[in-house]
Design a protein around this ligand. Structure first.
Ligand code: ADP
Ligand code: ZN
Ligand code: ZN
Length: 670
């Protein structure tokens, strides 16, 4: 080993500061990229990470502060590359990306005091079945397995497009098994909502002798850090986690699975607005490993990539369980069928039938709470949030009003706050109201409500499964939480209420989302050997979306949507970015955005359209007024060029008022 001569070095350090730069410090020897250090910044001791890529500044060393402490932790090379990619692609400050990506414990300005002896491996308390119990693969599963197995050591992005219950999860398990046999690790990304005990149990049963580590936002900082270490040093063979786990370092990563790849929760909607699926693809390409995107309703973005020849596509067309078939989806036309408290006789009869047959029914309604609005009969006052431009939802159970955007909660006013009238009424239906109505119709039925308000903990899910397995529930009422991942073999009826709102929306993705949700909910029924039925109450039975849905024609609907997007010049055919700004007063925010738009016009990149600044749909959120500029571009490269040129100019153009802004590449919020 050669010793490096002790000579003062200028070291660039990335800090958690919303500025597009690193900061220079002095140290007596060179430091490796990604090294965790302690420095002083604005009279505070803060953590930073050596970021040697940046050109050192021209300061003379004498003017620089020293690095106070060099900690032993260092960011792994492949995460360094991922962070660099994120900073460039999302045009986000490097320090911000680093501090988004790392576990909390590494961001604290003190030595890490966690022993890596134990990790948050799923405890295997009771002896588990071995992997021999896996069912024999179906012909469809086997063919896909055989093909993907050929590409275990190369970048092979593939979509597994399989109807609900077609055995996608089973197929992942087999492929994961294959990768583990080669001594490599696996990352499984799932939407938070999908991380059900049922799913974990399947992994634990199949891989009872392996270290499976779960990384969710609910994990304690210590557990999260231990999971991070276990992946980094190779002890964890399987990491199952939500969005943020895409930043986990691995000693020897061999496969990434993105389950329910269409799910919008993979996109982060604040700070660093990254998309975990897209980052997963990038990581797989860097590591030359396969990446699997699984879904019954793949995103248009992914299917477009397939059509462009960038991804492979595998289809699972049949349900895996021998006698299971896709449920029959029927529309109940609200123009012909009268409703009684929101339910048609068709629906009531179908539920009655299930009760007699002792089968499970599920009622899907995509709004929690009792009513979305509390309103005054006399003066028309409505319950709006004082921090957001949204209505507050009436929660009868807790007797309060709650904003579902910021969480602000109020007791129900005894009389109208505006005119003192006593006649306040609840408008519209939420899960609580539907639950109450169904209780009236079926007083003897055992009803369980499933939404964010009832199902926040793992134990509540466990209780639910136990009850369902013991046949202690007749009817489930809930939000889209019911739609994901569950496999209840006794469920034979799914009812969808108030589903039409997604048909006509300012958000061009709304119908894609509605189709996905309805396919997923419908897919919960008839998974065993009993036939499933789905009843959807609608005022627009002729709408194309429903026509594709009732024929289980998801490929047809996707082609229809793609054509529509192409004709209307929408993503994925063109690329979007949103420049968002917020502040205390809308006029000042708009003012600022108008000058930003002018700058963008001046930069004038060919093929890039700069739209006028407009207030956001939810203009006021958490006491901030928000507005945005939509930027469209035929080529992704041009979009990046615009921001590369814009950023240095923006740094100079300090807003006169306190205004925060952010660039959102491939935005989901429109
Ligand atoms: P998906 O993930 O596509 O919804 P799953 O993997 O959950 O599908 O499979 C649906 C049901 O079919 C599960 O009960 C699963 O145990 C069963 N299953 C999957 N593959 C097979 C197979 N090859 N043979 C028998 N049953 C299977
Ligand atoms: Zn009033
Ligand atoms: Zn609010």
């Amino acid at each position: 080993m050669t010793t490096i001569q002790s000579k003062p070095q200028i070291i660039s350090v990335a800090l958690d500061i919303p500025l597009y730069q690193t900061f220079s410090y002095i140290h007596d020897k060179p430091l490796a990229n990604g090294q965790r250090v302690l420095v002083e910044f604005q009279h505070k001791k803060v953590v930073g990470f050596v970021w040697g890529e940046d050109k050192p500044t021209t300061y003379s060393p004498a003017n620089l502060k020293p690095i106070l402490e060099v900690y032993p932790e260092i960011i792994f090379d492949d995460i360094i590359s991922l962070i660099k990619f994120c900073a460039t692609y999302y045009h986000y400050p490097i320090g911000g990306v680093i501090f988004n990506a790392l576990p909390k414990i590494l961001k604290q300005a003190k030595p890490v005091n966690v022993s890596p002896a134990k990790s948050n491996q799923v405890p295997s308390s009771s002896p588990r079945m071995t992997s021999n119990t896996s069912p024999k693969m179906t012909g469809e599963q086997q063919a896909i397995f055989d093909d993907i197995s050929k590409y275990l050591t190369q970048f092979h992005p593939s979509i597994i497009y399989g109807v609900t219950g077609s055995g996608k999860t089973q197929l992942y398990l087999q492929l994961i098994n294959e990768v583990l046999k080669h001594g490599r690790q696996v990352l499984v990304l799932v939407p938070e909502i999908n991380l059900t005990p049922q799913m974990l149990e399947r992994f634990q049963t199949k891989f009872s002798d392996k270290n499976i580590t779960i990384l969710t936002s609910h994990a304690t900082p210590r557990a999260r850090y231990l999971g991070y270490l276990a992946a980094q040093n190779g002890h964890a063979q399987i990491i199952i986690g939500t969005r943020l786990s895409v930043f986990t370092p691995f000693a020897n990563l061999g496969l990434i699975v993105v389950d329910e790849e269409h799910d919008q929760s993979f996109k982060q909607n604040d700070n660093l607005r990254y998309h975990a699926r897209d980052l997963a693809i990038w990581r797989a390409s860097q590591n030359s490993i396969p990446v699997i995107l699984g879904s019954a309703t793949p995103s248009l973005e992914s299917l477009f990539n397939y059509k462009q020849g960038r991804y492979h596509l595998y289809r699972l067309n049949n349900r895996a369980v021998a006698n299971a078939s896709l449920p029959k989806i029927e529309l109940v036309d609200l123009n012909f069928h009268k409703t009684n408290h929101g339910l048609t006789q068709v629906v009531i009869d179908a539920m009655k039938e299930r009760l007699t047959r002792k089968e499970l029914s599920m009622v899907f309604i995509n709004r929690r709470g009792y009513s979305p609005i509390l309103s005054c009969n006399e003066c028309g006052w409505v319950s709006t949030c004082k921090q957001c431009s949204t209505t507050m939802v009436y929660h009868k159970v807790n007797h309060n009003l709650k904003c579902h955007h910021c969480g602000y909660t109020l007791f129900i006013p005894p009389k109208c706050p505006s005119c003192s009238s006593q006649y306040l009424q609840a408008l519209g239906d939420g899960t609580q109201k539907i639950e109450a109505i169904i209780e009236e119709f079926f007083p003897d039925a055992r009803i369980e409500r499933i939404d964010q308000d009832t199902t926040n903990t793992k134990s509540s899910w466990n209780d639910l499964y136990t009850k369902i397995n013991n046949n202690e529930i007749d009817i489930l009422v809930g939000t889209q939480m019911l739609a994901k991942g569950h496999d209840f073999h006794n469920l034979t009826l799914v009812v969808g209420l108030n589903i039409d709102s997604g048909l006509y929306s300012y958000d061009f993705r709304a119908s894609e989302l509605l189709f996905t949700q309805l396919t997923q909910v419908a897919g919960r029924s008839g998974r065993g050997d009993k036939k499933g039925q789905v009843l959807l109450q609608t005022k627009y039975p002729g709408h194309e979306l429903y026509q594709y849905l009732i024929t289980n024609d998801s490929p047809g609907f996707i082609n229809y949507l793609l054509l529509q997007r192409k004709n209307l010049h929408l993503p994925p055919y063109i690329h979007y970015a949103m420049f968002r700004a917020s502040g205390r007063e809308i006029a000042k925010v708009m003012d600022y955005l108008q000058s930003v738009a002018k700058l963008m016009q001046k930069i004038a990149i060919k093929g890039v359209t700069i739209n006028p600044a407009v207030p956001s749909v939810i203009q006021r959120l958490k006491n901030k007024e928000r507005a945005q500029i939509l930027i469209q571009s035929l080529e992704r490269q041009q979009l990046h060029m615009l921001f590369d040129k814009l950023l240095p100019l923006l740094q100079q153009m300090k807003p006169k008022y306190s205004i925060t802004w952010i660039i959102d590449i491939d935005p989901y919020e429109v």
